[in-house]
Design a protein around this ligand. Structure first.
Ligand code: SF4
Length: 329
């Protein structure tokens, strides 16, 4: 197989089969960036309504930069991983200060929340820089195409995958190649049952030839599940709740939360009000409504009815619903 042939077949297939998605309607780097951030950890179908609402509320990067953070978090509510929304807001302010959206991958990389993947995706899709992307779809497709068990969680193998992906973007329309590669992974070369007969690379694919489509890509070894008990102290006065920035939980960093008592556990406890999962943490929550004045430092009071703006994380919303302080929905 030659790179040229791979590019030709892939691009032709993409142009004939790509899904009409709202962020594909323009090459505006702002919308491409927003969609790429939303699409991390979330499916295309789930992202579409969020993207359209976000675009309507913040139609320009300037409008996002100027908006209060609480409004950005509110528009993000339901997508999870709220640090992404905070970083979007910070990066928008930085780009406005720069007076132009950086074009190159290397110049995007220092912006808040722009990791390797996002910088490469925006630089290539919006500005045509010939840099490849490596996400879950790309890992799967390239592992199968080359019939290679890349241990993508290790630096050396990740580098090899990056080189393979970069190669595909050389002397080609990188915006189309990258989108095509991700589209192929999302629609044809799917995890469970790849539709090889419809694949533009079926004649070249080593995994198909060697019957390895079910064994590739390799699976990343799972992190052990960690158990945490949280006692959430809900201090109230006149429909206001006391919140403080979280620095103690290993997740939801800098998010406003009620004061918490945190205990690391070896196993599931016998008593708790509800359980919640964030990445590899299993969290067992009990809540306590407390009438006495809180003694914690740096507490601030916020109206309960604004909680979905201030902290829309499902962990807190579940706790407030459990205490009937928010309506069940
Ligand atoms: S031939 Fe099958 S396994 Fe190989 S890249 Fe295409 S869809 Fe994936």
């Amino acid at each position: 197989m030659t790179i040229k042939k791979l590019q030709k077949n892939l691009v032709q297939w993409y142009l004939e089969n790509k899904r009409p998605l709202p962020w594909r309607e323009s090459r505006d780097p702002y919308f491409i960036w927003i969609s790429e951030v939303m699409l991390q950890q979330t499916t295309v179908q789930a992202v579409i309504p969020f993207f359209l609402r976000f675009k309507q509320r913040f139609p320009t990067i300037g409008s996002l930069a100027q908006a209060p953070l609480a409004d950005v978090l509110e528009m993000w509510a339901g997508l999870g991983y709220y640090s992404r929304a905070r970083n979007l807001h910070k990066a928008a302010q930085e780009i406005v200060r720069l007076k132009a959206f950086p074009h190159r991958y290397q110049d995007l990389l220092p912006l808040p929340g722009f990791g390797d993947y996002t910088s490469r995706a925006v630089a290539s899709i919006a500005f045509g820089e010939p840099v490849g992307v490596v996400d879950g779809n790309v890992i799967r497709v390239l592992s199968r195409l080359y019939g290679q068990g890349f241990q993508f969680w290790k630096q050396d193998d990740k580098k090899m995958l990056q080189q393979r992906s970069d190669e595909l973007c050389q002397n080609a329309d990188a915006a189309t190649v990258n989108q095509a590669l991700m589209e192929l992974g999302a629609t044809i070369c799917t995890p469970q049952s790849p539709a090889c007969t419809l694949c533009p690379w079926s004649a070249f694919c080593k995994a198909r030839q060697q019957g390895l489509t079910t064994t590739l890509p390799l699976k990343k070894p799972k992190k052990n599940l960690r158990y945490i008990a949280i006692e959430m102290h809900l201090h109230f006065k006149k429909n206001q709740i006391a919140l403080v920035e979280n620095h103690n939980l290993p997740f939801l960093k800098k998010t406003l939360m009620p004061p918490l008592k945190i205990t690391q556990l070896q196993k599931k406890p016998k008593q708790y009000q509800f359980a919640h999962s964030i990445t590899h943490y299993k969290i067992f929550v009990t809540t306590k409504k407390i009438a006495t004045r809180p003694t914690h430092k740096n507490l601030q009071w916020y109206p309960v009815h604004q909680i979905t703006k201030i902290n829309p994380t499902s962990l807190l919303l579940k706790a407030l619903k459990a205490e009937s302080l928010l309506p069940q929905s």
